[in-house]
Ligand binder design. Structure first.
Ligand code: AMP
Ligand code: MG
Length: 342
């Protein structure tokens, strides 16, 4: 299959929207920009389309998909009931990078939800994604448009790198602004529970809901036989070819450790304005500000591979700042939880 990449804006009239909407209505899949990362979209009500998503990504079929809608009212088609907590969250954070988990409506197929009785729903803010949902007239299941296990794509070219020949069309709407996937919160248990941190922060969730539990798997490896609340947490994630090692401590300790352990093809990932003291090549991945770190994290992980890095030592963001949870969660998984204290 030939993969076409078409550049687009929210206002474009170059036929690309029509083509994408036709493909989606024909149970095909399309790479689309969202404000978090690029998604691989297909009709959430169609088992054929959903299976195509799993196949193109090589994603395990028990890892459920997030369904994207263009307006709040559309979630009534997807869920059994809408609790007050979901309404409050949507009012504050939709459209935007927040996914809520609720009991699924009967007509949502089990292949979309990885055989769970719950469904994940989000209303994205990206104008291209919104127009595509509206034009297709479908709720769009859309996991990140990378090969399973790889860093999520934040540019159309990342989608092409991973899925060339596997999908018919990628819509190029420019770089994803947020750079990490949505925050995922479950509203099905007794208390709201954060399953995946994102740029809607824990503190922001608490400001709306009061108490919010944080799932153990957010910052910790799964224990043997531990039951997972979010199936995605079981799998290897966000991994470049390079071995990622997190180095926790101050900048001086980081430099001393890295310089003592340098060799060929070893790189460092540091905060902006750092790196001059290192005797190996380095890439800056943002200020010590959670939004800036999130924005360039996956792009930087992919850049390491392009440079041929075999190993990379990474500066560890401040873990006492809850706003850093999203970046920490992705880095810990990319590193397979390898952390060195200096
Ligand atoms: P991705 O589509 O790659 O952004 O990943 C979606 C994430 O949402 C995965 O970690 C899933 O495990 C999680 N997720 C989706 N649906 C559910 C659900 N019904 N219950 C729990 N977690 C879910
Ligand atoms: Mg993903």
């Amino acid at each position: 299959m030939k993969t076409e990449v078409v550049k687009i804006t929210a206002e474009s009239e170059n036929g690309a929207y029509k083509k994408a909407a036709e493909l989606l209505n024909d149970e095909q899949v399309v790479g689309m920009p969202t404000e978090t990362v690029y998604g691989l979209a297909g009709n959430a009500f169609s088992p054929v389309a959903v299976n195509r998503i799993f196949e193109a990504k090589g994603r395990p079929t028990d890892n459920p998909l997030i369904v994207h809608v263009s307006k709040f009212e559309d979630i009534y088609d997807l869920v059994k009931a809408v609790p007050e907590s979901a309404k409050k969250l949507a009012e504050k954070f939709w459209p935007g990078p927040l996914t809520v988990i609720l009991p699924k409506a009967d007509k949502v197929p089990y292949c979309t939800t990885g055989n769970l009785d719950t469904v994940a729903v989000r209303c994205p803010s990206h104008p291209v994604a919104r127009r595509l949902i509206e034009l297709s007239g479908l709720p769009l299941a859309a996991p990140s448009a990378n090969l399973s296990g790889k860093p999520s794509p934040t540019r159309a070219e990342h989608v092409y790198e991973d899925l060339n020949g596997r999908i018919p069309l990628v819509i190029d709407g420019g770089e994803s602004e947020e750079g990490v996937e949505s925050t995922v919160i479950s509203l099905v248990g007794e208390k709201p529970r954060l399953l995946r941190p994102g740029n809607v922060t824990l503190n922001e969730l608490k400001s709306v809901l009061g108490e919010v539990e944080v799932d153990n798997a957010v910052l910790n490896p799964l224990k043997k036989d531990e039951k997972v609340s979010s199936p995605g947490m079981k799998y290897k994630h966000y991994s470049p070819e390079a071995e990622i090692i997190l180095v926790r401590g101050d900048y001086k300790g980081f430099c001393d450790y890295v310089n003592a352990n340098s060799s060929d093809d070893v790189y460092a990932m540091v905060f902006d304005d750092e790196g001059r003291e290192l005797n190996i090549p380095f890439i800056c991945y943002g200020h010590e500000d959670y939004k800036l770190l999130a924005h360039s994290l996956f792009d930087t992980l992919r850049e390491l591979d392009k440079k041929g890095a075999k190993r990379c030592f990474v500066r560890y963001p401040d873990e006492h700042n809850d706003d850093n949870l999203a970046v920490l969660n992705r880095l810990l998984r990319a590193a397979g939880f390898k952390v060195i204290d200096v």
